[in-house]
Every structure is written in structure tokens, then in C-alpha cells.
Design a protein around this ligand. Sequence first.
Ligand code: UDP
Length: 329
Amino acid sequence: MKILVCGGAGYIGSHVVRVLVERGYQVVVLDNFSTGHLGAVPKEAVIEEGDIRDRVFLGQVFQAHPIDCVMHFCANSLVGESMVEPLKYYHNNVYGTICLLETMVEQEVTRFVFSSTAAVYGEPEQSPITENSSKKPTNTYGETKLAVEKMLPWLDQAYGLKSMTFRYFNAAGAHPSGEIGEDHNPETHLLPLILKTALGQRDKISIFGEDYPTPDGSCIRDYIHVMDIAAAHILGMEKLLAGGESNIYNLGDGKGFSVKEVIDRTRAITGKAFAVEIADRRAGDPVELIASSEKAHQELGWKPAHSDLDTIIKTAWKWHQNHPQGYGE
Ligand code: UDP
């Protein structure tokens, strides 16, 4: 079985690629390396460097490799940036995905695994959030992911293109080997920023708001280990390859931790007493995002195995200690 992983050099894509390779799948990684890292791709994978918006390039990739399933992780994913450069997000996340889907239809590849986000829900009306909860994105990033989600049932109907969509909550952690992990530039996510502070690369970590209606006043999120996300993708892909129908699943651990709790656990695990400051709220942050992943448990037999907060922090800490400059590219 040959799997094309678009965005396979990025944070989540590279962990999925690693697991695919470990399971004996043949993997082709397509990446434009705008945010991905060569060092994140295992040597067993074939690399095709280029952009999903380049239809000629896409055609060549599909001609060169008989693809059984496409996994799609290429996207711009910075919420703040998406609000000031919305067209960049529509161009890459929506138009780019259309190019990829057009090529799949042309080449008669009919299995598609799509990387979506909890940002499609916006400010939640219920907690935990189920797949049927209302979808009102509060930022362009979430809106572009939702736009793709909305196309997929029509493509199934017209072309028999079967898709699995996964809406991630807060992806975190690293491969247990410490060989691959999270390396964004700029980094905006909570745990890597705390760990960079623990390493002494930053003066302090800011808590964005402590006046939220939560027990300690800071925002609550559902942190899900990247290895558990990878496992869900493989289950979803295998279901599609076995003739399964299109579907959408939340991926979270069903437990919420506040910003302060994550900081406190990280202090305890790293043994570093780094500085913390209270800062203003960050625009657009929902108070609490907690997933119900009951559907993935029931239908895919997926169960998070690495997503307790300590395992997430320990694996991420191992990566950051081994790679203080990330991939160093
Ligand atoms: N956060 C924070 N300080 C930081 C970065 C993030 O307090 O330096 C908070 C942020 O406001 C949110 C939570 O940590 O409540 C998780 O943010 P992140 O950007 O990691 O993920 P998001 O939930 O936005 O996808």
C-alpha cells in the first residue's frame, strides 16, 4: 500500500509518517518545506518537494507513484496570522486543497484523510463538544478548514471520493524516541513555549488572562498527544481502505487542563523554576475547549494511550532537551 502524505514534514504529518513507515506502509511525502523540516522525514519515505497549488507537479507525483490513499496535512495554521492575512489562508488551505482533490479525481484516487481542527466550532455552545455541535468559526483558519469539510460530502456523492476528517483539539507531545517533535517558527503554542522558557531560551511564560470563569481563572484546553492523533489517522485510513464510508471524528482526550495547571506540571516535571507573568487575554480565545471523542472510541476503536498530561509534557521535554534548536535548519 502506498500512501501520499501531503505536509508529511510538518509536526503532525511527520509523526503520522513515522508510524506509517513503522507499520510497513510505503510512504511518499509531499511538502513545500515552507514550515516543514527535512529532518522530520524518515529515510524510508520518498520525498516529493513542491506545492499542492502546482497542478503540473501534482500530476507528476501521482503519475510517478500509484497512490492508494492521500493524507492531507498541508495548511497554514496560525490563528492570529489568519486574521490579518485571510487570503493567504484561503489560497493555501482552500484553493490548495481543491487542486489536490481535483488531481485525485483525475487520477481516480478515492481515499482521503483530512486534517481539520476544533477551530471549526468557534466559541462552544456545549461542553464537551461533539461532532454535531454548532460550527461557527471565530477565525479565518477555522473557516478555511470548515470550507474544505463542507466540500467533501459533495465529492463523495459525485465521484465516490471517501474521506475521513479528524478535528484535533490541542495537539502536543512528541515521539517517545525524542527524535521528532514540535518545531514551529514562530512558535505560538503553550507547551513548547513553556519548555523553551524552562530551557532558558525565553525570559518568562505569559498566561494570557486569569480572569476567565474557570476555577483558577486561566483558559482550559484538551491536550491530545500527537502519537494518539497519528494512531487515529491510521485507524481511519485502514477503515477507508477496507471500504469504509466517509466520516468525521473529534480527537481529544476528554479532559481539560488550565494554562496554570500545564505550567505547574511542567515546572514539576522539568524541575525548572522559570518565571511566569500574567498578561492580557489573547483575542479570540474561547474559555474552554474539551472534546467528546466518544464517536472515535466507538466507531474506530481508538483510545488515547499517551495523552495523560505528564506523558505529553515528558515526551515534549525530551524532544526539546535533545533538540534545543529544533531541527536546526
Ligand atoms: N497561552 C498562554 N500563553 C502562551 C501561549 C498560549 O497563556 O504563551 C494559552 C492560550 O491563551 C490558550 C492556551 O494557552 O488558552 C492554549 O493555546 P495554544 O496557542 O497552545 O493553542 P490553541 O488553544 O490556541 O489552539
